[in-house]
Ligand binder design. Structure first.
Ligand SMILES: *Cc1c(COP(=O)(O)O)cnc(C)c1O
Length: 409
């Protein structure tokens, strides 16, 4: 008897083949005017991504590893490469394959603390991955066994992830991964005994608005290294670098880099490399999504994308995004007022409270461009209720500004 298995791949950007840059990139307004789209459109701005990557790589005092899960679209990966990113933080085999297929020379780091055995073997044996993260003795034993089983020699890198107490990030990650300080010290010693490169990493949580979170985490890192008493090669300060949303106004990235550099210097380590794993900060501004208004009831707009599509963080997490009305027919735009959005599925949880600031006369048939959706947007789309379709285009114009809009409570 044979079993027929199907995998659903309709929604994953990881299955999208890389397409060469189009010769001419239109503006969003041109596309909406010409096509009057009834399905959401992801508008990608490669030049924006490349520019942000260039500045991050130039200013961060160490190596920049892009966290691929944040947006694995091949066009985004290409733009990051064009901007100077050469290191990639991958968490799964499909992410590793996409990066390796596109960039034979990229340095790929396998940064998920819990890995399938087969994934470790393929990463080591066939994809040239040498660095693996871990937060337990079990995972350390697993990595050693599987690497040895391939029979392929190479310089193993082991990065120990230490857990942090709950901090100031919008998305707390402290509960799921990370060794305690004592465990981490033991793991560093065990790693030193069998690896060519040994590092320590942490993640302060995503969209972390407070540079001092890195100071505290680096201080803890120093205590763990001292307790371990072994030489360390890498200190990895993780991701979490924030971007601006209408009600979230982080300090400039330079303030975070300065705090990290100072905290790193306080550790007084010689010949140690510094790494960071930014996701959101590199790609959020690089994609907007155009949705259409299908109905209006009071100050609620029923649109064709929602929490099961590109807007999941606007749901339970109540993220707000910069928005702009697109009305090809022209006509006056009234003064802005706050709207909530309903997504297209039948689930009452498919709601985004915002508020999103739009002209008071927004009506059925209008389009809305929603900015800052390049991170954890397109890649979270599901097929629920049949609303998995979205077009991806590359555009030339500026995204809706992330300038904060203050709303009185
Ligand atoms: C998600 C993730 C990142 C990226 O986080 P951002 O908040 O998007 O910068 C980096 N490292 C690890 C281990 C992650 O899980």
């Amino acid at each position: 008897m044979s079993v027929v298995a199907r995998t659903r791949s309709a929604v994953s950007p990881l299955r999208r083949q890389f397409v060469a840059h189009p010769v001419r990139r239109p503006t969003v307004d041109e596309v909406v005017t010409a096509d009057r789209p009834e399905e959401p459109i992801h508008c990608l701005r490669p030049a924006t991504v490349a520019g942000i990557a260039h500045d991050f790589v130039r200013d961060f005092p160490g190596d920049v590893l892009y966290a691929v899960k944040c947006n694995p679209d091949p066009a985004v990966l290409r733009a990051l490469w064009d901007g100077g990113v050469r290191h990639f933080d991958c968490a799964s085999l499909p992410e590793i394959r996409v990066v390796r297929d596109m960039f034979p020379d990229a340095a790929i780091h396998f940064m998920h603390p819990i890995k399938a055995r087969g994934a470790i073997r393929e990463a080591w044996d066939r994809r040239g991955v040498r660095d693996f993260v871990l937060d337990s003795a079990d995972e350390l034993a697993k990595i050693r066994m599987e690497v040895a089983a391939t029979g392929v020699p190479g310089a193993l890198g082991l990065i120990v992830r230490v857990g942090l107490p709950k901090g100031g990030a919008k998305l707390d990650l402290s509960g799921k991964f990370g060794a305690t300080a004592d465990e981490a010290a033991d793991l560093l010693r065990a790693a030193r005994a069998c690896a060519a490169t040994v590092g320590i990493s942490f993640h302060v949580g995503s969209q972390c608005l407070d540079p001092l979170a890195w100071r505290d985490a680096l201080a803890l890192t120093g205590q763990v290294i001292a307790a371990a008493g072994v030489k360390i090669d890498v200190v990895d300060v993780g991701g979490g670098f924030p971007v601006a949303y209408p009600d979230q106004e982080p300090p400039p990235l330079g303030a975070f880099f300065a705090e990290i550099e100072a905290g790193f210097e306080r550790l007084g380590l010689d010949g140690v490399r510094l790494w960071a794993e930014p996701g959101r900060a590199l790609v959020a501004a690089g994609t907007s999504v155009v949705v259409q208004v299908q109905a209006r009831r009071g100050d609620a707009l029923y649109v064709n994308d929602g929490v099961y599509g590109s807007l999941s963080d606007a749901g339970a997490l109540a993220f707000r995004y910069p928005v702009r009305l697109i009305r090809p027919a022209g006509g006056a735009c009234a003064e802005a007022t706050g709207f909530s959005l309903f997504g297209p599925t039948c689930d009452s949880a498919d709601v985004m409270h915002g508020p999103f600031m739009l002209p008071a006369d927004v009506a059925e048939g209008d389009w809305i461009e929603i900015g800052q959706l390049g991170a954890y947007g397109a890649c979270l789309r599901t097929a629920f209720n049949g609303f998995d379709r979205a077009r991806i285009i590359e555009v030339a114009d500026e995204a809706p500004s992330a300038e904060p809009v203050r709303i009185a409570a």
